[in-house]
Design a protein around this ligand. Sequence first.
Ligand SMILES: NC(=O)c1ccc[n+]([C@@H]2O[C@H](COP(=O)([O-])OP(=O)(O)OC[C@H]3O[C@@H](n4cnc5c(N)ncnc54)[C@H](OP(=O)(O)O)[C@@H]3O)[C@@H](O)[C@H]2O)c1
Length: 382
Amino acid sequence: MAKNIAILGSTGSIGVQTLEAAKNLGIRVSALTANKNIELLAEQAKAFKPLMVSIAEQGLAAALADRLKGTGIEVYSGDEGLKAAAEIEGADTVVTSIVGIAGLVPTIHAIRRGRNIALANKETLVSAGEIVMAEAVRMGVTVFPIDSEHSAIYQCLAGNRKQDVDRLILTASGGPFRGKKRHELKDVTLSQALKHPNWSMGSKITIDSATMMNKGLEVIEARWLFGFMPDMIQVVIHPQSIIHSMVEYKDGSVIGQLGSPDMRIPIQLALTWPERAGNPFSRLDLLKCGSLTFQEPDMDTFRCLGLAFEALEAGGTMPAAMNGANEAAVALFMEEKIGFCDIPRLIEKVMLAHNVNTMAGLDDIIEVDKWARRMAGGSVCI
Ligand SMILES: NC(=O)c1ccc[n+]([C@@H]2O[C@H](COP(=O)([O-])OP(=O)(O)OC[C@H]3O[C@@H](n4cnc5c(N)ncnc54)[C@H](OP(=O)(O)O)[C@@H]3O)[C@@H](O)[C@H]2O)c1
């Protein structure tokens, strides 16, 4: 069980819920970070009294320091601040809840310092899964997933032999546009895309859920977390989000993990595994669940899911290119500069233009990410 943690991205949806879990479990919090939200970061710092806080936007460091005057809490900023938080003395676990590729380098710093990782930031494993997991093995640290699907699979694999697994079954709610056809998505607005039926999350992952890129990212995340080949990973639409994911074994037995759709439960488990703490959050009442249903995903309408499988198949730097293009496309959609259906179009364009490097190191991956963003942004102006 974690005793002392650093939270990278403490002001986001996962970060805030992690602080709630830490309070519930009596875990010490040594470092907190945010991108711009100095108000919430300062409030969290006053409540949890970490050794340090860091704000990614360097121009906001002075204002943050002002808010924390007299507390003795050190204030950092920029990449150096993220590194300092990832490596903070005393923490045994780093919770990576930054959104996007910005989480990759600090995760590597934390692993190299021998910290266990409670991983929410899926873009890290999507872009550099092979490198990150190899570093974790080299350093002997655990990467425990926070994503509810991967937490479910982790639990369903526990106590069983890897060679007995036939497939991993990732469940997906289908998002707000489940059941719609491609032509019906043409005029989707930002506010419609931001309404997830079952989960309350940050805006980027909510848009990813609407395009189903989120499930595609999770397929790649599962490939690296659990070490199974892509053809052993299946996506099944399960609109109720009660079964968080399943593992099917050779003998036909399917083991699933059920729970109420509340991220505080997998967050807490990532901090206590292999122990389980009490749940003051929410519980599943099977008698109130109604029917549990399952459908095949519509890969034609939700092209992003297929693109993620194609990126995984292509291997090397292709998932990093896909991820960078997706981050850029989602940002453009959130700025209302492109339409909803332009998101998969832009990503596919970038993927078609990408020359895969199968021997890439961390620096190459970061370069590919930058290139993919430029390509995606440039494509809009053409
Ligand atoms: N939310 C969920 O239920 C959920 C479930 C499973 C997995 N995840 C994954 O968890 C990660 C976080 O998701 P979220 O929903 O919590 O996102 P979020 O609410 O948008 O929070 C993101 C956090 O990262 C910080 N941040 C953003 N850009 C940054 C940058 N360039 N440098 C440093 N910090 C930055 C934000 O700071 P500011 O507040 O200052 O902007 C905030 O603290 C994502 O990878 C997501 O896919 C989320």
